[in-house]
Design a protein around this ligand. Structure first.
Ligand code: C2E
Ligand code: MG
Ligand code: MG
Ligand code: MG
Length: 290
């Protein structure tokens, strides 16, 4: 035990795994509290039609600003939520919040707005919750039609229990929602499920998109995914478009839509609606920075 100079507090050195385990545990405790107190937020990242530059939708992404620790990334707290089961209440909260935000935007605009909101669903929710009933409930309580929602599912939700996944995907389609396969290409699902399950959209994982700039293999993978989607009658979305060059290249390759910092970061509720409006007001810059 060493004496820390400034505070005079003893600085205890513990093995890295132990301090990680402690952080994980306090994240879990504090996440439970944050959910109880409604302290999480949802941000909305625009999805852009790569041909026209129009906003086609927004992906709802959970945000957590901790009173002491500051911003905690979902890449840290979502896995904790999944391991602890808190993802069930977090997922329900996100679904309800996203649907009521979209219904609120419609009400503000006085019209059924021409875009959707995409909500992430964890494999744990698919395995343990009645997702179709949850989504159906959110639609009923907001009056939204199913075509206003996209559900982003990952390959891991298929792998664990393919028969259950088939029932869930079919039930989501019966609600007229759009089903997207998130982070496509990073999981372990068999291509046979692409054929068997009612999947509308393949979301190309950010790692491949980022890789396109430096790695010919990534370009080959992206091309292959685009042609696979085309052959199976699915649409495509690219994640992580950070430059004009990537946007133009992906558009030229036939990728239908994309999201990324080049267009916009995830935005707070008001900013998101303003972003959509600003793109309408300036048709000359429809492609914005393109
Ligand atoms: P995801 O569903 O693949 O979401 C896309 C992630 O890529 C988001 O990270 C987004 O902010 C980030 N991103 C988008 N464009 C760019 C870009 O141009 N550059 C870079 N560097 N990043 C970009 P975020 O918000 O940190 O979320 C991480 C993951 O956490 C999500 O990945 C999703 O798997 C999970 N997540 C977030 N919110 C929820 C939620 O409400 N429910 C569930 N089940 N998972 C969530
Ligand atoms: Mg997603
Ligand atoms: Mg994704
Ligand atoms: Mg991803």
């Amino acid at each position: 035990v060493k004496q820390a100079k400034a505070s005079g507090r003893p600085e205890v050195y513990e093995p890295k795994e132990a301090s990680l385990a402690r952080r994980r545990f306090s994240i879990e405790t504090e996440l439970r509290r944050a959910l109880d107190r409604d302290l999480l937020d949802l941000f909305y990242q625009p999805l852009i039609n790569l041909k026209t530059g129009e906003v086609t939708g927004f992906e709802a992404l959970a945000r957590w600003t901790h009173e002491d620790r500051g911003e905690i990334s979902p890449t840290e707290f979502i896995p904790v939520a999944e391991e602890s089961g808190l993802i069930l209440s977090l997922g329900r909260w996100a679904m309800d919040r996203a649907a009521s935000t979209l219904a609120g935007w419609d009400a503000t605009a006085g019209q059924k707005l021409p875009f959707y909101v995409a909500v992430n669903l964890s494999a744990i929710q698919v395995a343990r919750d009645d997702i179709a009933a949850m989504v159906g409930g959110a639609l009923r309580s907001t009056g939204l039609s199913g075509d206003r929602l996209t559900l982003e599912l990952t390959e891991s939700s298929i792998v664990q229990d393919p028969r259950r996944a088939t029932r869930v995907f079919d039930a989501l389609k019966a609600l007229d929602t759009t089903v997207a396969m998130d982070d496509f290409g990073t999981g372990y699902s068999s291509l046979a499920y692409l054929q068997r399950l009612p999947i509308d959209v393949l979301k190309i994982d950010r790692s491949f998109v980022t890789g396109m700039m430096v790695d010919p293999d990534s370009v080959a993978i992206v091309r292959a995914v685009l042609s696979l989607a085309d052959a199976l009658g699915m649409s495509t979305t690219a994640e992580g478009i950070e430059s004009r060059e990537l946007a133009t290249t992906l558009a030229a390759l036939g990728c239908a839509s994309g999201q990324g910092y080049f267009f916009a970061k995830p935005l707070a509720t008001d900013e998101a609606l303003e972003f959509w409006q600003s793109r309408l007001r300036k048709p000359a810059t429809k492609g914005s920075r393109r």
